[in-house]
Write a protein that binds this ligand. Structure first.
Ligand code: ARG
Ligand code: GLU
Length: 722
């Protein structure tokens, strides 16, 4: 494959590769849409085998014997990770371990910048609060959850019974297991047409083992984020520790590396276009079945406004971070977080436009309506009009709520003031002092002050038509006119008078007697400013959203039933909800635009083409330049180069970061870490012609561990199939 890549650019050997190249893109675009429940994967096995899969449903999910699922964890709640050695070594993305890597970094020991490699197990670094969760078993509990529910009862009654049943089943399932290390989750699928139970085991002693320098782990930064071609070595290594009985435990010096039920074999055999791939992980949230007005709202109203607000924040952060290395570290994780969704929303809105998703949904709704009317089914006939009516009621509240989040609560000082007050109230001043220490470690007032001024100015402009959804006394006792200058004045006042904008003053305040601490926080200008927004949101906006959403969900339950009847040839899968899913596809390039074709594999050549010491995102370590110059690729060399990333047609989403990408034998080919920009609308519509997941090739990971980390002792732990 890599040969083809090269030869494409040399004229004398063009003929043969061109043919191959064409063949490559003539592979039919297969609809590899779907995020399947592991327990029910049996029905997809024939299709998976047609694409080359060589294992069985039992290999993917079994309660009776060790299987692939036993090597997969929900990492920190937001990512996926997988076990790759018998000693509990865990791999996930660099961007998933970013917060931990940053937490251990300082200007002196800058692991973000230089990377980190524990030389022995003693050097592995503990991470307070970090957990990984294994799914032990899942079960369809629809019958038990709906026990006692009748068609005659009101929705409120129905919901009451369901909640009581869920509580009872959870308690019974948990039995005398320690809730600290075990959890039971019961979640609806298809908007409450089905319910599934998940029994999890939670590990709490997770140590950082290795991370490449950001110039490798985050190569391309936010410039390349969500894009192909990509060259990011997006991985980091952790280790799960257990007590001497191999059971989950709190951090302790006496803990030992966890011996997992299963760990992945690593495939260094490589891949080529058309090869089967499967991604097994925890996609967060998709909305595959929503009506056209919901998509219209996301693409044309919510996304553009949120993008605008985040652009303001990012401009300030980028400028200040470029000025000062300490600020760069402080704001690196925050910046990446803000920028990530900011860029995804842009791709998503564009993708929805390009795929004509709204038009397609409208046409579907029209056909459905005709079918419903022909069938005379009264409940179905009124369904779409009722849903649309609810959406029009919901929209202003939802919009306001999103603007509160993206503007008011995006001001660090205001969010902090609010959190501090509730922490003191609920957990006392000692806990609040911890919260404050963590806040100030990464707080840089000049950034926040400027962001406050910009966001409030924009917020009041946007919210003008929604006066009744704004608090009447948002300022420190007086109403705020919308002139920009007023917010500059207010910012100046707020940031020089609030004790909560200053570490020392905050710590002094928290050290006072507990009775007066609350009073003092409540008198602070930051708290007085944010409080009316919090109250308005809590009392006026959120309850309305909850009520309307409850009704929407109810109708969506019927909608799911109805479209399953209407579109009876289609196989439906439940929307992602942070539960474990299987998705499969093949390695394939795509055409992002007229007259442009992307190959599915990138190599180290591309890193060298992008390398530029003057551009932060593309400035690779000198050691990598030297290795390249000497072509010292060792055993990781393939066709004269080193493969770096690849794309495939797997249907993934946020939360799938770090997920294992497996070959037909269930061996690890790479780690999922992203999607291509043209395809980020796959949370709403999966278009097989452009939706691709992006993975880092495991051979690049091994190359980096070996040649950049010089951490060969880690390689010895792995089962590598060559
Ligand atoms: N887009 C990927 C995801 O959604 C990677 C994000 C981290 N990388 C970054 N450059 N911000 O999580
Ligand atoms: N980077 C994403 C994550 O953190 C995965 C990419 C996606 O959204 O597909 O989960």
């Amino acid at each position: 494959m890599f040969k083809i890549y090269y030869k494409l650019f040399c004229a004398e050997s063009l003929r043969f590769p061109t043919l191959l190249f064409l063949l490559l893109f003539l592979l039919p675009a297969r609809a590899d849409e779907g995020m399947w429940l592991p327990m029910l994967i049996q029905k997809k096995i024939p299709q998976m085998q047609e694409l080359g899969f060589r294992l069985t449903a039992e290999d993917i999910y079994s309660v009776n014997r060790a299987c692939l699922k036993d090597a997969i964890v929900h990492f920190g709640g937001g990512c996926t990770g997988e076990v790759i050695s018998a000693e509990g070594l865990l791999i996930t993305n660099h961007h998933c371990g970013y917060g931990q890597i940053q937490a251990h970094s300082s200007v002196e020991h800058d692991y973000l910048k230089d990377g980190f490699w524990a030389r022995t197990k003693d050097e592995e670094l503990p991470n307070k609060g970090l957990t990984v969760t294994f799914l032990r078993r899942m079960e369809d509990v629809t019958e038990q959850v709906l026990e006692g529910v009748t068609d005659q009862m009101s929705e409120v009654e129905r919901q009451g019974i369901i909640e009581a049943n869920i509580k009872k089943i959870s308690e019974e399932t948990l039995g005398d297991m320690d809730p600290k290390f075990h959890s039971v989750r019961i979640t609806p699928a298809y908007y409450g047409n089905q319910y599934f139970l998940y029994l999890n085991e939670i590990f709490r002693d997770i140590r950082l083992v290795g991370a490449p320098p950001s110039s490798i782990g985050k190569f391309g930064g936010d410039t390349d984020n969500w894009m192909w071609p990509r060259h990011t070595g997006d991985f980091s290594l952790f280790r799960i520790y257990a007590n001497v009985d191999n059971q989950p435990a709190e951090y302790s010096d006496d803990n030992v590396p966890y011996r997992p039920r299963y760990h992945f074999t690593i495939s260094a055999k490589g891949l080529k276009p058309g090869d089967f791939t499967m991604v097994y992980g925890y996609p967060g949230r998709t909305r595959q079945y929503v009506l056209s007005p919901a998509v219209d709202y996301i693409a044309n109203r919510s996304n553009p406004q949120k993008i605008r607000l985040r652009s303001l924040r990012l401009d300030v952060m980028n400028r200040e971070q470029a000025k000062d290395p300490a600020v760069r570290i402080q704001y690196s994780s925050k910046n990446a977080g803000v920028s990530n969704a900011w860029k995804k929303w842009q791709g998503e809105s564009r993708g929805i436009l390009n795929a004509r998703t709204i038009g397609k949904k409208e046409a579907f709704e029209k056909r459905f309506q005709q079918w419903a009317e022909a069938s005379g089914h009264q409940e179905y006939i009124t369904l779409i009009p009722r849903l649309k009516e609810l959406y029009s009621q919901l929209e202003p509240y939802l919009f306001a709520s999103e603007m509160y989040t993206e503007a008011v609560m995006a001001v660090e000082l205001l969010r902090f003031a609010n959190t501090l007050e509730s922490t003191v109230e609920r957990s006392g001043t000692a806990r609040a002092a911890e919260v404050a220490e963590r806040f100030f470690k990464d707080y840089y007032k000049p950034i926040d002050q400027e962001i406050f001024e910009l966001l409030f100015t924009e917020f009041y402009r946007i919210m003008e038509p929604f006066g009744d959804l704004l608090p009447s006394d948002p300022a420190i006792g007086e109403p705020l006119p919308a002139e920009a200058s007023r917010f500059a004045v207010l910012a100046e006042y707020l940031y020089s008078n609030s004790a909560l904008a200053d570490r020392q003053k905050t710590m002094d305040l928290l050290a006072k007697d507990p009775a007066s601490v609350l009073t003092l926080i409540r008198q602070d200008p930051a708290f007085r400013l944010v409080s009316p927004f919090v109250v308005k949101n809590r009392d006026k906006i959120q309850p309305r959203i909850r009520d309307i959403n409850r009704e929407l969900n109810l109708l969506y339950r019927t909608w799911m039933q109805a479209i399953m009847e209407f579109d009876s040839d289609r196989i439906f899968y439940p929307d992602a909800n942070s539960t474990l899913r299987v998705t499969y596809g093949t390695v394939q390039g795509y055409s992002p635009a007229d007259a442009v074709m992307y190959l599915p594999v990138s190599t180290i050549e591309g890193i060298m083409q992008k390398d530029d010491p003057h551009i932060f995102d593309y400035d690779i370590p000198q050691s990598l330049r030297d290795i390249y110059a000497a072509r010292d690729f060792g055993r990781w060399e393939t066709d004269g180069t080193v493969p770096v990333c690849f794309i495939a047609t797997n249907h993934t989403s946020g939360g799938n970061s770090g997920s294992p990408v497996l070959n037909a034998d269930g061996h690890l080919l790479g780690l999922n870490f992203d999607r291509v920009w043209e395809g980020t609308m796959s949370d709403i519509e999966f278009d097989p012609s452009v939706c691709r997941n992006i993975s880092v090739d495991i051979r690049y990971v091994l190359f980096i561990i070996d040649k950049i980390g010089n951490a060969n002792y880690l390689l010895d732990e792995l089962d590598i199939s060559e």
